[in-house]
Design a binder for this molecule. Structure first.
Ligand code: ZN
Length: 356
């Protein structure tokens, strides 16, 4: 209690209650990739041992798991690595089938409310693995993939990412012909479109050609913290007008927190500042969580340990979602707004997009 003296106990209790009674969603986690690399290293039962208790404590109902392929595996190993990750994720879900379920449809989403299981929704963070073979989306769909971003921060045969470093941030260039076909295919086949990581030109082009609401699963507000990965005010407005949602990314560099020196309190306040700005700008109906908790994933990579690694996540674990919600309440956010942000919006969005 003493450690958390900056959050009054009554708000912690209120937050726990809200998480218990309402849908709680994280719209971005590199879960499939982390599971694949940890299993490669001989580890087993990764969800059970590393995630499940915290997910339950936070009352999570739905986790959107990305398939993310590391750059050095592209292009030749892209499809193989994608299938390896999907296979590994399914094995973990199968082993915990009284606790977890894969979500592919509205019917599955409805079940989450009664089955007392946590749903896993599979999507591609970048479609590098299909090259320009749009027809491969059909195969990914059959494997359970229900959404995608065209690119990660790099360029591929569909679009250009927002860049990996300051000197080459936001390179020019919109969607390729195949990229536009992918958007059309996904909209026609009940798959969601994610604009996180795409460059500005690509963002505006998707906004032009999209006929369905799209999301930025893990992007923050550029006005609060400048980063090419964050969204400008005008982009937030466009996203809102399209009926979309932006997910709060918990990485310090996108939140506006210096991980090297920040305390836990600084981190949580930083997250609140982002949420409050976004809600003030585009309304609580268009803001959610897409934490992209990365520290555990980086540790799973064969290339780790990185020297002098500084933790990036502003949440130490999913369990801390309760404190984040409590602090939002304490700082004055209404319960209705909080319910939208913790998962109500993303749940409604996926109910709208996924097939029956
Ligand atoms: Zn990402």
């Amino acid at each position: 209690m003493d450690k958390k003296r900056y959050i009054a106990e009554k708000y912690i209790e209120e937050a726990k209650q809200l998480h218990k009674e309402n849908m709680v969603v994280d719209a971005h986690l590199d879960l499939a990739a982390e599971i694949f690399y940890r299993r490669l290293g001989g580890e087993k039962d990764i969800i059970k041992n590393r995630f499940l208790d915290n997910w339950k404590y936070a009352g999570l109902n739905l986790i959107v798991s990305s398939v993310f392929v590391e750059s050095q595996l592209l292009p030749s190993m892209g499809l193989l690595n994608t299938m390896d990750q999907i296979a590994a994720l399914y094995e973990e879900i199968d082993a915990l089938d009284d606790e977890l379920m894969i979500v592919k449809s509205k019917e599955d989403l409805r079940k989450l409310k009664t089955a007392h299981k946590i749903g896993i929704l599979l999507y591609m963070e970048g479609l590098d693995c299909i090259g320009d073979h749009v027809s491969l989306l059909r195969a990914l769909y059959e494997m359970g993939v229900r959404g995608a971003s065209l690119t990660w921060s790099r360029q591929n045969m569909l679009a250009t990412g927002s860049g990996g470093s300051r000197d080459k941030e936001n390179p020019k260039g919109g969607l390729t012909k195949a990229g536009r076909e992918v958007i059309r295919y996904m909209e026609d086949h009940h798959m969601f479109v994610d604009v996180s990581h795409i460059n500005d030109d690509g963002f505006y082009e998707i906004a032009e050609c999209a006929t369905r609401p799209f999301i930025a699963s893990h992007s923050n507000a550029r006005t609060v913290q400048y980063a090419h990965r964050n969204l400008g005010d005008d982009q937030m407005e466009i996203l809102k007008n399209a009926g979309g949602i932006m997910g709060l990314n918990a990485a310090g560099c996108f939140v506006g927190v210096k991980n090297e020196t920040a305390t836990e309190e600084d981190c949580l306040n930083g997250l609140c500042r982002q949420v409050e700005y976004e809600v003030g700008k585009i309304g609580s109906e268009h803001v959610g969580f897409g934490f992209d908790l990365c520290d555990s994933y980086y540790r799973a990579l064969p290339s780790f340990p990185v020297k002098n690694y500084v933790e990036e996540d502003c949440l130490t674990s999913y369990a801390q979602m309760i404190e984040l919600t409590a602090l939002l309440l304490q700082r004055g956010m209404s319960k209705d707004d909080v319910v939208n942000v913790i998962g109500g919006n993303f749940y409604r969005y996926f109910m709208d997009i996924l097939p029956e």
